[in-house]
Design a protein around this ligand. Structure first.
Ligand SMILES: [Zn+2]
Length: 113
């Protein structure tokens, strides 16, 4: 993973993450951003905000996933970078089709301290 992060070049985008860490139990993600902010979200929130076509209607942008169907004990089993613009996750419910661009991750995570 460190090789990937080392290769990131400054991009003309508002924000991008410079580091991403999963908690040991996979229940939360912490992101460090190039503007110095640190944000975090639980696996449950990430799953609830999945932007894939199975969770959001592509034409209306309306969320078709019922957030109440996502259990609080959901975990991220695996995380991987997508190019240098997004992250993808494998969740413990086996859902793995979401690609989370930095802007979406910034929107759905909460500032820390
Ligand atoms: Zn999805």
């Amino acid at each position: 993973m460190s090789n990937f992060w080392d290769r990131i070049k400054p991009a003309p985008k508002p924000v991008s993450a410079t580091d991403a860490k999963l908690s040991a139990d996979g229940e939360s993600l912490t992101l460090t951003w190039d503007d110095g902010a640190t944000t975090t979200a639980t696996a449950q929130v990430l799953r609830q905000q999945c932007p894939c076509a199975a969770c959001v209607d592509e034409w209306t942008a309306k969320r078709t996933l019922d957030p109440s169907q996502v259990p609080a004990n959901l975990r991220v089993l695996q995380m991987q970078p997508v190019g240098n613009y997004a992250l993808a996750f494998v969740f413990s419910d086996q859902h793995n089709t979401g690609i989370y661009p930095w802007k979406h991750l910034r929107d759905i995570t909460q500032s820390q301290g």
